[in-house]
Design a protein around this ligand. Structure first.
Ligand code: G5P
Ligand code: MG
Length: 220
């Protein structure tokens, strides 16, 4: 399990990046770093960066590239492992180019889920902000409604999950994603998985990852 493995997961807001990432962590033992979770923890701590980022996030807009690159490269430098999974970063071609200067990736996964499926499912998302654990009223309900399974703390709905903000986030993703995917296609790293249900997409991703590294456990 010591071999290096550095990967990125791309996908529209609500496409299931966090959901699939938690299964990759469970079955392949990678360390998960979500740019959204890092930003939300800065907001909770009321840091200068958090205060700045919150203004963009509320509106469903991207936080400026320079801030994101500095934040995420310093988080990566602080990890004690070189087996990691980045979720939500990079999101623009300049971010991807900057990351490429720091780290050579082994794989980029892209989740392709139709917008109409996403708009419906995001309405049911509940999040435990301190840990980033995600739930869904039907797909993945907590054991007790409104409460995190692990800590017993309250769950919240993200401010950027309002219908207006989700529409803005989908638009922003659509604008930035082609150059990003093109960048990774040229590097020969992009693997795309289409579908409407995480439970249907996941076994295919598991099977593919298993060709690249040993699994700790099976897909189901
Ligand atoms: P985030 O936090 O990275 P997004 O918008 O990229 O946010 P998000 O919303 O976190 O992505 P996800 O992780 O792709 O979505 O999806 P998820 O949470 O796993 O699944 C969504 C919901 O659907 C959950 O409730 C889950 O349980 C449920 N679900 C999953 N699969 C299924 C299924 O098959 N069926 C059903 N019914 N439900 C399912 O970024 C937030 C903001 O931070 C800033 C931006 O402002 C961004 O908008 N930011 C950046 N800005 C600039 N550059 C960057 N690199 C940035 N990174 C973050
Ligand atoms: Mg997420």
């Amino acid at each position: 399990m010591s071999k290096l493995f550095k990967m990125v997961i791309l996908g529209s807001p609500g496409s299931g990046k966090g959901t699939i990432s938690s299964r990759i962590v469970r079955d392949f033992g990678l360390t998960h770093l979500s740019s959204g979770d890092v930003l939300r923890s800065q907001i909770i701590k009321k840091t200068e960066l958090g205060v700045t980022a919150q203004k963009y996030m509320k509106q469903g807009q991207l936080v400026p590239d320079k801030l994101m690159v500095d934040l995420i490269t310093s988080e990566l430098a602080g990890l004690e492992t070189s087996r990691w999974l980045l979720d939500g970063f990079p999101r623009t071609k300049p971010q991807a180019e900057a990351l490429h200067q720091h780290d050579k990736l082994d794989l980029v996964l892209s989740l392709e889920v139709p917008d109409e499926v996403i708009i419906e499912r995001i309405k049911g998302r509940w999040t435990h902000l301190p840990s980033g654990r995600i739930y869904h009223t039907e797909f993945n309900p907590p054991k007790v409604a409104g409460v995190d399974d692990v800590t017993g703390e309250p769950l919240v709905q993200r401010v950027d999950d309002s219908p207006e903000s989700v529409a803005a986030r989908l638009k922003v993703y659509a604008t930035n994603t082609d150059p990003l995917k093109e960048f990774y296609t040229q590097l020969g790293l992009l693997q795309t998985f289409h579908g409407t249900e995480s439970n249907e997409i996941w076994p295919r991703i598991h099977k593919y990852l298993h060709t690249l590294m040993p699994a700790l456990s099976g897909p189901f």
